[in-house]
Design a protein around this ligand. Sequence first.
Ligand code: PEP
Length: 247
Amino acid sequence: MAPRPLIAGNWKMNMDLAGSEALAKDLLGAVGAAAKFEMTVCPPAPYLAAVLGVLEGSMISVGGQDCHQNASGAHTGDVSAAMLADLGCAYVIVGHSERRADHAESDAVVLAKAEAARANDLIPIVCVGETEAERDAGRTLDVVGTQIRGSVPEGLTGETLVVAYEPVWAIGTGRTPTTDDVAAVHAHIRSVLAEKTGDAANVRLLYGGSVKPANATELMAVNNVNGALVGGASLKAGDFLAIARST
Ligand code: PEP
């Protein structure tokens, strides 16, 4: 049986305090019991506590957008996995392509972040994906396989690991791969994950990159797609819920 889909909202560096609380309330008011899918939202760090307050006790969990790989210390501006766990977060995104590009995060750093997440009982959402140049060079499977081998800790399970395939060229652009391409990459990710865990079949593999209500049904129906990591469309409660309901 396929794992229960996860719909994760990456709010990135958007919203203000009032808007974050309002969006969380709108989601809460409309989501219903929703046993078919699991939902999490990842607000900016300054708004985590407020959003956690709104969503406390609900079926919508909260995640961080990043964590530092170290437990504590002189890392100005960074947030540790322990801090996210202390607040009540369940997930943390690691290795998002914007972090890999803006902060020069290597696979080794992403791996260390995912391990820090696990050490604090957070579920890492490990992001991988090729650039447009890599895709044009026919290197997508190679690049994604290398990222999985380098960024995913050994021995995690369907309960403790989520992987998101996010082609860099599809993020925020309105462009998406064909469903055949998504199927090929997700099948490859699952087979490479089997080198890391005996539970690869149960690890949720999210697709991310310009998911919106209009394309969610076909993307969520692709083999080995177990949910979505949603950026822009997660900032509108109606769109995010429509995507979730398409799973
Ligand atoms: C993302 O950045 O994780 C993402 C998927 O963004 P968007 O949905 O806006 O393409």
